[in-house]
Design a protein around this ligand. Sequence first.
Ligand code: TXA
Ligand code: MG
Length: 313
Amino acid sequence: MKNIYKNSLVNLNKAKKFLKKNNIIAVPTETVYGLAGNAYSNTSIKKIYKLKKRPKKNPLIIHYHNLQALKKDANIDEKFLTLYKKFSPGPLTYVLQKKKESKISSLANANLKSIAVRFPKNVVIRNLLKQLNFPLAIPSANISSNVSPIKAIDVVDEFGKKISFILDGGRSKIGLESTVISLYGKTKILRPGAISHKKIGKVLKTNISILKKTKKLRSPGLLKRHYSPGIPIKLNCKKADSKTAFVVFGKKYKKAKNIFNLSLKGSLEEAAKNLYKTLRKIKNLKYKKINVVKIPNQNIGIAINDRLKRASY
Ligand code: TXA
Ligand code: MG
């Protein structure tokens, strides 16, 4: 593909140039691929919302290389530092109080008093962030409500030629979006991910709850149809007819053309990694229906079930 660029010094410099001119590029992260733009620039942020057809009320995550870079933009406390030391860089996003003097475009955080921040672990995006003197707003590189991309080629599947520069960082190791935890107001999980509420609770030595319903559009990823391949999905199924794509988990299922196993050995991590790839494949094979078996609701299984539930809405 002409718009996919391998990770190299030359291409990192090209990426830098695009971003400095307030243009949008696609970048790899360990969770999913994202669309990156200069978080200080209104022009860049507007372009991101337009490309994604994303509602303006749905704020973006700001990505940083390290703590030093964050300090200009958000107020931090002990709780944040404890989690940061344990989980960052990695697949955890923190909602913090935005500093008044922060230069982050208010369009990027939907004019809220808070901002969501993350320190990605993938080395390609980390190298890029290190070389920039501004943070990057990076939402997942999908059209709003679609399945997120986990490979460079998936970004082409979503945007075609609309994105002229895709930085290739290999396949996303985790395959599901980061856990979002709010440390602004009551501590709670807004979006489940690879780092479970249990793991976080252990580190903070307290129980952490997962937000169920909100009246306000706090974390829209938790509310409406999202992460969807655009085909009706039925959950907790025991079988499927041969015309329906059957998504299974574990070794008790036989092989067939319409059977897609998320993890033969029954690993939830592997299932998470395969989920979006599988849904995208099923969509491209033009199936009209998807049945999914019951997935164990523990650890990253909670995040898998969260995405499947929204996809089936
Ligand atoms: O893994 C990830 O987090 C990926 C990669 C590319 O880093 N990014 C990602 O971004 O998933 P996005 O824009 O698709 O999801 C951002 C989520 C949304 O659910 C949004 O509502 C929530 O973060 N969010 C952002 N700012 C927020 C804020 N100030 N308060 C509450 N939720 C916020
Ligand atoms: Mg998204």
